[in-house]
Design a protein around this ligand. Structure first.
Ligand SMILES: Cc1cc2nc3c(=O)[nH]c(=O)nc-3n(C[C@H](O)[C@H](O)[C@H](O)COP(=O)(O)OP(=O)(O)OC[C@H]3O[C@@H](n4cnc5c(N)ncnc54)[C@H](O)[C@@H]3O)c2cc1C
Length: 452
């Protein structure tokens, strides 16, 4: 039986920390969540003003596991959730300066001008290319080897920017596009793997979701279950072990504070851990890089936009030599993101492709984005609304050799009894992955406490 007096200190009230806290609090475990910001949610931030609803962080959550559906049901969030409009299935990729629909069927693949005839024939060779015996490989090497260079440039490169703000030449295929990696490992070919795919009828429903009040509604609703256990505006500066207790030190309301716990769960970004834990064993975590990213949300009236905005958005491959990484057609995806007869476009700049650009002035960013998207989407005039957010270090880059980071984290946990480490640098960057990882970590903590 768990001793109720034992306490767990959770560092960070992003979705990873909140998900673990939710499971632990449900099992009557004494938790305290420490958060530097004045609100919960971490990267999940919604800004709402004058009829415009902007997501500064994640815009869409791909829910496909029963555990996440159960969470939404438990939180009574199903009625507040909104599925992305059917038009979201259409995605545009810019090719030769034109937004071109990504083919979603064999027929449209054969006729699309996104790929040359030579590139389409090259795909027929794919089943005959032998599988790699490397332990890991970059996305760029993997895709070029199996499918050729055009699918990398106009198929995969823009998606890598869209999901990871990353560079396919450095990211690990095994850790970012695991299903593709597994298809090669198990079937020797992606095409064979696709045909042999197990299409179970009883798989949980898949849906691309947001919430009526924006995505921050999710962390806020989770946090409502244990509000009294959350200490916001609390900056953790160091964590040390003294006998069997973990001592958390930091600043709260401009004064120093210190509290002790039996267990610590850190969900802080990896690059902070070497400083906070002051131990050389954490140093290798510094080698995990994070891509800086700026979000530029622009609003226009109906008559300013010449494109129907009939899709999820538009991704801009590196080969097109533009600075904007991509644009989400936010008000086409979900209702009530813009006032009547207006449209909201959420644009992304920077990432591993142009890291220095992410941090430039708002005016500089707006000028760059406006000139590029005006040409691509046939927009006239200045935006009637704008909102910006700069994220200096939020999306971890799972690069080739990332196994070393994972092994190091396991080693730290083995050596530091009562310390658990989670966050988007461990179990996947997407919000649903962070939820699942938070749940798993909560289970590990519970098992640890039961054994005490
Ligand atoms: C612009 C952007 C777009 C994205 N788009 C999507 C998307 O469409 N779909 C999707 O699924 N995912 C998306 N993601 C990824 C996803 O949002 C994140 O990976 C996830 O929210 C990270 O959660 P986390 O709890 O692991 O980390 P974080 O959210 O970073 O939480 C860490 C928390 O620790 C706190 N903290 C840091 N230092 C201290 C300290 N010293 N003391 C106390 N607290 C501290 C922080 O304030 C923060 O609240 C996007 C991310 C970004 C930035």
């Amino acid at each position: 039986m768990t001793n109720k007096k034992q306490s767990v200190g959770i560092l960070g009230a992003g979705i990873s920390g909140l998900s673990a806290a939710y499971k632990l609090s449900q099992n009557n475990i004494n938790i305290t969540v420490y958060e530097k910001d004045n609100q919960v949610g971490g990267a999940i931030k919604t800004n709402s003003k004058n009829g415009w609803l902007v997501e500064e962080g994640p815009n869409t959550l791909m829910v496909k596991s029963e555990a996440v559906w159960d969470l939404l049901r438990d939180l009574n969030l199903i009625t507040s959730s909104i599925e992305a409009s059917k038009t979201a299935k259409k995605r545009f990729i810019v090719k030769n300066g034109q937004p071109t629909p990504l083919p979603m069927s064999l027929g449209s693949f054969l006729t699309t001008n996104l790929f040359s005839v030579k590139a389409k024939f090259r795909l027929l060779k794919e089943p005959f290319i032998s599988k790699s015996n490397k332990e890991d490989e970059s996305i760029a090497d993997f895709i070029t080897r199996r499918l050729g260079s055009e699918p990398l440039d106009y198929g995969v490169n823009p998606f890598v920017s869209g999901i990871y703000a990353g560079d396919p030449k450095t990211l690990s295929v095994k850790h970012t596009f695991e299903p593709l990696w597994k298809m090669e490992q198990q079937h020797g070919s992606l095409l064979k793997g696709l045909f042999k795919r197990d299409r179970k009828n009883d798989s949980p429903k898949r849906a691309l979701l947001s919430f009526k009040n924006g995505n921050q509604q999710l962390p806020q609703t989770i946090a409502d279950n244990f509000r009294k256990s959350i200490q916001t505006e609390t900056n953790i500066q160091s964590v040390v072990k003294n006998d069997n207790k973990w001592i958390v030190n930091g600043q709260q309301n401009n004064s120093a504070f210190s509290e002790e716990h039996d267990v610590i769960l850190s969900t802080l970004p990896a690059h902070l851990l070497p400083t906070i834990f002051e131990d050389s064993i954490f140093k290798p975590l510094n080698s995990l890089s994070y891509a800086p990213l700026s979000v530029v949300a622009l609003g226009f009236s109906d008559e300013q936009i010449g494109h129907p905005l009939d899709g999820f958005g538009m991704l801009i491959p590196e080969a097109e030599n533009r600075k904007t990484l991509g644009v989400l057609f936010s008000s086409s995806l979900f209702p009530d993101r813009a006032p009547e007869s207006h449209h909201l476009l959420t644009c992304f700049v920077g990432g591993a492709r142009n890291p220095d650009l992410a941090g430039i002035s708002k005016k500089g960013l707006q000028d760059i984005v406006l000139s590029e998207i005006s040409e691509l989407l046939n927009i006239t005039g200045k935006p009637v609304f704008s909102h910006f957010r700069f994220w200096p270090k939020t999306i971890p880059q799972y690069e080739v050799g990332y196994d070393h980071i994972l092994n190091q984290i396991t080693e730290i946990e083995n050596l530091k009894t009562g310390l658990f480490i989670d966050g988007n640098f461990r179990g996947g960057v997407s919000v649903p992955d962070c939820i699942l990882s938070g749940f798993e970590t909560a289970e590990k903590i519970q098992t640890f406490l039961n054994g005490q």
